[in-house]
Design a protein around this ligand. Structure first.
Ligand code: ADP
Ligand code: ADP
Ligand code: ZN
Length: 216
């Protein structure tokens, strides 16, 4: 099974993708994570992407489509969760080609719908474990023991440079202008399932599970 998690910044895509990866052995393919790795490694792609990401704008379709293509083969057995990709019509078309070349298809496009005021709160409170990458939130999903990662026990955490109110506004404009318009592309194929992303992490997870299990 191959699914897309589609939604604005902070909608809960990464949180739900990590859950599905752990629970179902699917592979999370996050272009945001791939780009941040490239930035940290200082590769040519990373150097190009860094400034664009810090402005909150979209990295070029060619770069992100190539990154997905490289990782897709590794995810061929278990099924892929596309997290933060595609973000434009051109990327959606590139993904169709990448999948069909491998004899695979899309099963669901899950849209996570969240109000803009809530998105800003989620983004500015977001942090993650510097060792294992587990995701947290200052108020909505704190660690059980303050300052200690629930998963690996590390006491080092990090925050994204682009998770500030100013950049989030630009990212939302980009989402509305370029990403939301790809929903009709998938709607025409009857692939879109809308989930209320304002619900708790557990409830959103249960709704996604029901879609994947075909019980709704
Ligand atoms: P969020 O968690 O806010 O949805 P991501 O981690 O997915 O953010 O992406 C962070 C940044 O990386 C984006 O603002 C954009 O600059 C870049 N990026 C990630 N995925 C893509 C993509 N598919 N196309 C273009 N740019 C992307
Ligand atoms: P995205 O990948 O769509 O940008 P994340 O999964 O990183 O979003 O979630 C953004 C922030 O909101 C994180 O700090 C996360 O812990 C928190 N969060 C995710 N889902 C929910 C939810 N349903 N309710 C409250 N907070 C949430
Ligand atoms: Zn950890």
């Amino acid at each position: 099974m191959n699914i897309i998690l589609l939604g604005p910044p902070g909608a809960g895509k990464g949180t739900q993708a990590a859950r599905l990866q752990a629970a179902r052995g699917m592979v999370q393919l996050s272009t945001g994570d791939m780009l941040r790795e490239a930035v940290a490694a200082g590769t040519p792609i990373g150097l190009q992407a860094k400034v664009v990401m810090e402005r909150g704008e979209l990295v070029s379709d060619a770069i992100v489509s190539a990154l997905i293509g490289e990782r897709l083969d590794a995810a061929s057995e278990q099924g892929a969760i596309f997290d933060g990709f595609p973000r434009t019509r051109a990327q959606a078309e590139a993904l169709d080609l990448l999948l069909s070349e491998r004899g695979r298809r899309l099963d669901h496009v899950i849209e996570l719908a969240v109000d803009e005021d809530e998105l800003v709160k989620r983004i500015v409170g977001r942090f993650s474990c510097a060792r294992c990458g587990a995701g947290y939130h200052d108020s909505f999903r704190p660690t059980q023991v303050p300052g200690v990662c629930d998963v690996c026990g590390s006491t080092e955490f990090k925050r994204r440079r682009d998770d500030n109110e100013q950049t989030v506004r630009t990212r939302m404009v980009e989402y509305r202008a370029k990403t939301a318009p790809i929903l009709p592309y998938y709607d025409a194929r009857d692939l879109v399932r809308r989930v209320d992303g304002m619900a708790s992490v557990e409830q959103v997870g249960a709704e996604i599970d029901a879609i994947l299990d075909g019980t709704v």
